[in-house]
Design a binder for this molecule. Structure first.
Ligand SMILES: Nc1nc2c(c(=O)[nH]1)N[C@H]1C(S)=C(S)[C@@H](COP(=O)(O)O)O[C@H]1N2
Ligand SMILES: [Mo]
Length: 257
């Protein structure tokens, strides 16, 4: 039964987030004028933009920390090592054959290697990771800002969200981990595709070879073990329809900290 299944999955995933912001869309007023980001605002989004701006002022960054603040032991949560056979075989060869698929509203679809991503200007940031289960760790993350990954690509102007699909499954039902963010979050300087952690190659328990890092949202938004990203106009008809596996289980889509 669907209700029973929901309860079991919720139990597996942990306690539901309390409070939090309502579903917030759009929010593009600090975006650049030259790119696809600025071209798709409609009046409904303008209204939502005011709501989001009131809660998270545009340009707000998550707090940055120093080396002295780094957690001696960063917790690995959720999946620690995906059992997917494709993932396992990629891992055996240090992800040399791994490619990030970029699809959906982008012409042409792309496959990016780790070398492609490392060739982009890298950013490093020390930020706090807050899990909805009630723990926090501070880590140092290195990667390519998502905006610099997407900007050279032929992203269609209809695109409003980026979806992230992962190699692992979670819970008794074995559903694929996935997540999504909107264009404001894509443009945020702390939104990076991270391949490094604490000055090392990103280890498997933390999402190797590539994971999403955000500056201002909770841990479950930061998809590990990335396989494919997809530009979409709406996430309503993807997987459970709520923009992420946690969201399909009742958690907030905008998981601001
Ligand atoms: N693919 C995938 N991404 C995921 C998870 C997961 O199980 N699978 N867990 C999420 C949760 S709830 C948290 S708190 C963080 C944990 O990241 P960490 O293992 O680096 O601490 O990853 C998030 N992203
Ligand atoms: Mo979490």
């Amino acid at each position: 039964m669907r209700a029973q299944r929901r309860i079991e999955r919720r139990r597996f995933l942990g306690r539901a987030a309390s409070g939090g912001a309502a579903l917030l869309l759009g929010g593009c007023d600090r975006l650049s004028h030259s790119t696809w980001f600025s071209r798709m605002l409609n009046s409904a989004e303008q209204v939502n933009r005011h709501v989001q701006t009131a809660i998270t002022p545009p340009g707000t960054r998550g707090r940055s920390y120093t080396e002295a603040d780094l957690s001696p032991h960063f917790k690995s949560n959720g999946t620690h090592d995906p059992s997917d056979p494709d993932y396992q075989s990629l891992a055996r060869n240090d992800f040399a054959e791994w490619r990030l698929e970029v699809g959906g509203l982008v012409d042409p679809p792309m496959h990016l290697s780790l070398a492609d991503l490392r060739a982009l200007p890298a950013v490093t940031q020390i930020t706090r990771h807050d899990c909805v289960e009630g723990w926090s760790c501070i880590g140092k993350w290195t990667g390519a800002p998502l905006r610099t990954v997407l900007e050279p690509l032929g992203v269609q102007r209809r695109a409003r969200y980026v979806m992230f699909f992962c190699y692992d499954t979670v819970g008794a039902a074995g559903e694929k981990y996935y997540e999504s963010i909107d264009l404001e979050e894509v443009q945020h300087p702390q939104t990076i595709l991270a391949y490094g952690m604490n000055d090392r190659t990103l280890p498997i328990p933390y999402g190797a070879p590539l994971r999403l890092r955000l500056g201002r949202q909770l841990g479950y938004k930061m998809a590990k073990y990335l396989k494919r990203i997809e530009l979409v106009e709406s996430f309503r008809h993807v997987e459970g329809g709520n923009g992420g596996l946690y969201e399909d289980n009742g958690y907030e889509w905008y998981a601001g900290t």
